[in-house]
Write a protein that binds this ligand. Structure first.
Ligand code: SAH
Length: 257
């Protein structure tokens, strides 16, 4: 297998994490791989600001799904990746955030293994770390939470069941991906398991992008707050976290811009 710091050989697939959207938050390796790619099969969530780093002659192919909209079948995506790599093109499979966090990475690598196509994975910043950084808070804290969970609000069977009892405990912190539409379900499950109504939950939409929005909320008010805010774009729900020094951050942003 090629060392990832070199340009991958032809017939090889680079799975690349695009991070949360701000091109400044790409890794140096991701940036180089995007720039040297001949074909980029990308998630719909990867913004233009990152796609525009590709070389002029590169072929950009949107695959994967956006929110709850129409999506390409996973088998068709796998076949497309394999076809491009096998044709000898320098192929990048560009995924939002980190490829290994709710990104169906294994489904694609298993297909490549079965087809005998080699690959490597370049990690990316996942949405929850970018969201917590925007709030200026830590995802873990001594004496508060000794674990951090990454959950999906939604899985193949619908709203995803979780270990609600431990999530409802004071101090629990979890980042909930794909959770906007599951807000009422999440609220119901957490309250049923004893979650305090004033438990903070902060929603961060479009984390790290120019249109980022932060919505501080609580377990008691989450569905109503989300309805009222009508947030567009991908959003991560940070259970157990409230923005700290939010005004100072907003002020610093104004100073920078
Ligand atoms: N692999 C991605 C997650 C893909 S699942 C990662 O590591 O971040 C898609 C979900 O990711 C969205 O529904 C949303 O919950 C979250 N997400 C992705 N980008 C985001 C962003 N910039 N801001 C907030 N949430 C984001």
């Amino acid at each position: 297998m090629a060392h990832p710091s070199q340009t991958p050989p032809r017939g090889h697939v680079a799975f690349v994490g695009a991070g949360p959207g701000d091109p400044e938050l790409l890794t140096v390796r991701a940036m180089r791989e995007i720039q040297s790619a001949e074909v980029i099969l990308h998630d719909q969530l990867v913004p233009e600001a990152i796609l525009s780093l590709a070389s002029e002659g590169a072929t950009l192919l949107p695959v994967g799904k956006k929110g709850f909209g129409p999506s390409m079948k996973q088998d068709d995506i796998n076949a497309l990746i394999i076809a491009h790599a096998s044709s000898g093109a320098r192929t990048v499979r560009l995924k939002a955030g980190d490829p290994g966090v709710f990104g169906r990475l294994d489904e694609e690598t298993e297909a490549l293994d079965a087809a005998g196509v080699p690959y490597h994975v370049t990690p990316g910043l996942t949405a929850s770390t970018a969201a917590a950084a925007s709030l200026g808070v830590s995802l873990t804290k001594r004496g508060r939470n000794s674990d951090l969970r990454l959950l999906t609000g939604h899985d193949v069977k619908g709203f995803a069941e979780q270990d609600w009892r431990t999530l409802a405990r004071p101090g629990a912190v979890a980042a909930i991906y794909m959770g906007k539409r599951a807000a009422r379900f999440l609220q119901g499950r957490l309250m049923m398991h004893g979650g305090a109504p004033d438990t903070p939950i902060t929603v961060v939409a479009n984390a790290s992008r120019p249109n980022e929005r932060q919505l501080p909320s609580t377990l008691a008010t989450l569905p109503a707050d989300l309805d009222a805010a009508d947030l567009d774009g991908p959003a991560v729900l940070l259970l157990g976290l409230a923005p700290r020094a939010a005004r100072a951050i907003a002020f610093a942003r104004q100073e920078v811009s």
